[in-house]
Write a protein that binds this ligand. Structure first.
Ligand code: ZN
Ligand code: ZN
Length: 205
């Protein structure tokens, strides 16, 4: 099997991993409630084994000082763990080097705004709008649960039917950028392909 279909650390082939996957024996769980209707997608315990290992209230503080705990908690879910460790594909890496942190931040901001702006019920693509490869921002979104309104509801407690606030967008943007910084610490601040305009500091709705 080539490296594009396997994880960096010899996990299952990508095709078999979805938001509902779990492998509790390897301590990789799933916190997505099945068909929740009006309830939240968040299951406080693993839907497969019942393990209770995430301090949800602590995560819901959205405190970036505690971001390491947030990241560690995200890694307890199989799908997030996969994207925390998956080797970046070549296209994604080339794009990231061309953009640098400033360019990526600007693009991540646009990306989050376009894919998370609508409530879940008004977006028939919700849950499918973020590709699995081709851009480090996509990897970051799956890893930090900012890929769709359902994952953001599970992990960040943002009601999938409510309009997100500027602060909520900004928190998720920060998670995406910190993921990229952790995984690609040697990227240039500004890449040769970054647009000359300086990225805005805040997400304006
Ligand atoms: Zn489990
Ligand atoms: Zn998602």
């Amino acid at each position: 099997m080539n490296k594009d279909t396997m994880n960096g650390d010899n996990e299952k082939p990508l095709a078999k991993i979805t938001c509902s996957s779990y492998d509790c024996e390897r301590d990789l769980h799933c916190f997505r409630r099945r068909r929740p209707r009006k309830q939240s997608y968040r299951s406080e315990i693993c839907v497969a084994c019942g393990a209770q290992m995430v301090e949800w209230q602590r995560l819901d503080n959205h405190d970036l000082i505690d971001v390491e705990n947030t990241f560690k908690s995200l890694e307890r879910e199989l799908i997030r763990h996969h994207f925390w460790h998956k080797t970046f594909d070549e296209k994604a890496l080339k794009h990231a080097k061309g953009q640098g942190f400033v360019g990526l931040r600007q693009r991540a901001e646009n990306r989050l705004r376009s894919c998370l702006r609508k409530p879940s019920s008004e977006n028939s693509w919700d849950g499918r709008q973020t590709p699995l490869e081709g851009n480090v921002i996509y990897y970051a979104q799956h890893a930090t649960a900012t890929c769709c309104r359902k994952c953001a509801e599970i992990w960040h407690g943002f009601d999938r039917e409510k309009q997100l606030t500027g602060d909520e967008f900004e928190y998720m943007l920060e998670l995406v950028m910190r993921y990229i910084y952790k995984r690609l610490p040697d990227l240039p601040p500004v890449g040769p392909k970054a647009r000359p305009q300086i990225a805005r500091n805040r997400i304006l709705e």
